[in-house]
Design a protein around this ligand. Sequence first.
Ligand code: SOE
Length: 400
Amino acid sequence: MSTTDRELRVGMVGYAFMGAAHSQAWRTVNRVYDLPARVRMAAICGRDPEKVADAADRLGWESHTTDWRELIARDDIDIVDVCTPGDSHAEITLAALAAGKHVLCEKPLANTVAEAREMTAAATTAQAAGIRSMCGFNYRRVPAVTMMQQLIAAGRLGKIRHVRAVYLQDWIVDPQFPLVWRLQKDKAGSGALGDIGAHIIDLTQFVTGQRIAGVSALTETFVKQRPLPGGSSGLAATGPADGATAATGEVTVDDAAVFVARLDGGALATYEASRFATGRKNGLRVEVNGSLGTVVFDLERLNELEFYDATLPAAEQGFTRILVTEGDHPYMSAWWPPGHIIGYEHSFTHQMRDLVEAVATGVDPAPSFADALQVQLVLDAVTRSAELGSSWTEVEPSLA
Ligand code: SOE
């Protein structure tokens, strides 16, 4: 639907769950939003020649390759979208920035603080040449989450006192579920902490505008040995028995992480990230209590925001369920008439919308790599605190 002739040509590395989610968003974004540039899905890259060819066909990419260096070297690629496991984020991103490509990198930004720092420094250098970088914390772009941020920024909650955040899944409760890449530290960096804890760390820092300044944490690996996988992708959808072999290997990441935190604006916060919350499939819930009110977001009801306005007369106070589907709610004007709900995949379309707009108009998109480094610093502090028996661990500002 774009009214411009300007093209932004995308090359994506990775074709599994996130690759599919991003492809869907790249395919859709210009059909829904009127943007200053049109996206061309120029190339997709993956390690397996047959699978990448199939992915190109299924997901709508014009060409495919098994060599990400070749993809980055192409003159007809403007944006590199990194959807690989964390162990290759830094290498691919640094090469892409050095080649003058804009970068979208999936979360968490990297597997270590050192890598995240290097990526942030490279992004800052590239910025001077007009190269943009963004980290894919997609949940910021759920309209109800964006609205939560706007309400808090407008002062509707007053002084923030408490943040309560959980992200709960249950896809590895079965001890026979194989040792997929998400359960290996050298590939994923950490377990539930980096995979889903990173989302609630980013989301709460985003909506409150406050930084996590210190933490005290506990982590646990409940099942320490698992069957080696036969070649599965690492997601619940593949099922416990998928390709598992008789041999076992060590789980080298956390299954769950819980921590308390102080935010730099004075709020107290609690966080829980677990893959062992039986019955919870993708349960992300954040509650923020302020001196003037409370807001609650629950991903399983993502079209809604609960709001308690304590400035109303006492007789009228109570939790209001706001259906975030009006045309003047964030991102919603381009979708359906009021009351016609949207889903998980729309958060990615909104992310691409903001990225395309930023690149085409020459502004820096958010979350920046510095924002993502801030999350990485919290992940690192949580890990260190847990290793030292929950000792209080300060988190430095990424832009210090
Ligand atoms: C798997 O646990 C996962 O797909 C994460 O990697 C995503 O970031 C999250 O959105 C859903 O769960």
